[in-house]
Design a protein around this ligand. Structure first.
Ligand SMILES: [Zn+2]
Length: 85
């Protein structure tokens, strides 16, 4: 029951796979390997998360901030002062 010459993806392969910078041929080979290898699959998942968070961070740095924080502060905090009934 020896996997015949189907090497695990190394860290660099996993990263390039997540980044989508593999050749079609390489990616196809890894896709096949991932079907049978849970170990590499979890590596890819972790790498995907890492890549996603890196991209989100890069977007934050380059962009003009998150849209969620772009609320007008004036309207949200309305203090009613000296307006008793
Ligand atoms: Zn593997």
């Amino acid at each position: 029951m020896d996997g015949m010459g189907s090497p695990h993806m190394n860290a660099e392969d996993v990263e390039r796979y997540s980044l989508g910078s593999l050749s079609d041929e390489e990616a196809a080979g890894f896709d096949e390997h991932l079907l049978i290898c849970e170990l590499c699959r979890s590596s890819v998942e972790a790498s995907d998360e890492y890549v996603a968070s890196m991209r989100a961070a890069a977007r934050k740095i380059r962009g003009k901030g998150e849209p969620a924080l772009a609320k007008a502060p004036g309207k949200a905090t309305r203090h009613v002062r000296g307006n008793g009934a």
